[in-house]
Design a protein around this ligand. Structure first.
Ligand code: IPE
Ligand code: IPE
Ligand code: MG
Length: 230
């Protein structure tokens, strides 16, 4: 069983296009998949689930789509609070959260605060997240400490850098799933995924089912992780 699963939830737009619907309908349907997969992961005993919900690059999408995604996010945060409490889920977020609209940020902060003491599955949302921006942020934080005399450059290790990332209190993902068939990382957890197992499925995110998720977890269990050894 992977302790930490990370998912690039891709294909909402194509799902909508296939049905001659607005892209936003695809995002709405995708939110249903989020609910189902969060429940399934929790039931299976996954300790941490990180979902790539909005990238730094996604800010460049048409304003109407960005606004619709922000509204959907607020809806999700509010509607899922009771379920998170009931199921002991702790919600956290990674990314440049300061760039989120204030009302989204407020709903996010409230959900994080209310679920902070929950000791069940950790649900981490990557919002306004970019892997390179995260590494730059860590480099700056370390440089500030060096300048203040609190960090010796020669003492900087991989562990030091990990401790300055948004994911400092999470183990690296064991498994990365990407839906809709794209063979790329799209700036997702570029440091943390160094030794993760990758599963890319052609299924579009709104069509992704708990059954397929379970199948991937089973297939993960059959992979041999060598970490460079023989
Ligand atoms: C993923 O679906 C959701 C976000 C990136 C917010 P897309 O919107 O990227 O869907 P496609 O890739 O256009 O099908
Ligand atoms: C990655 O999907 C970001 C999220 C799933 C939030 P994109 O659809 O933005 O990635 P590209 O543009 O295909 O690389
Ligand atoms: Mg996409």
């Amino acid at each position: 069983m992977p302790a930490h699963v990370a998912i690039i939830m891709d294909g909402n737009g194509r799902w909508a296009k296939k049905r001659l619907l607005n892209r936003v309908r695809g995002h709405e349907q995708g939110m249903e998949t989020v609910r189902n997969i969060v429940r399934t992961a929790r039931e299976m005993g996954v300790s941490a689930l990180t979902l790539y919900a909005f990238s730094t690059e996604n800010w460049a999408r048409p304003k109407a789509e960005v606004m619709a995604l922000m509204a959907l996010l607020r809806r999700f945060l509010k509607s899922e609070r009771p379920d998170m409490m009931e199921n002991h889920i702790r919600l956290t977020a990674i990314g440049e959260l300061d760039r989120l609209p204030p009302e989204v940020r407020a709903d996010l902060d409230e959900t994080m605060a209310r679920t902070a003491a929950n000791d069940g599955m950790r649900l981490s949302l990557a919002l306004s997240y970019g892997g390179r921006a995260e590494v730059v942020h860590a480099a700056r934080a370390m440089a500030e400490k060096v300048r203040a005399g609190a960090l010796d450059p020669s003492a900087i290790t991989e562990e030091t850098l990990s401790q300055h990332l948004y994911t400092r209190d999470l183990p690296d993902p064991d498994l990365m799933i990407r839906t809709s068939g794209e063979m790329r990382l799209s700036n997702f957890l570029i440091w943390q995924l160094a030794y993760a197992e990758f599963f890319i499925t052609p299924t579009l995110w709104p069509d992704f089912t708990p059954e397929e998720f379970r199948d991937i977890i089973t297939a993960y269990g059959q992979r041999e992780r060598r970490f460079g050894k023989v």
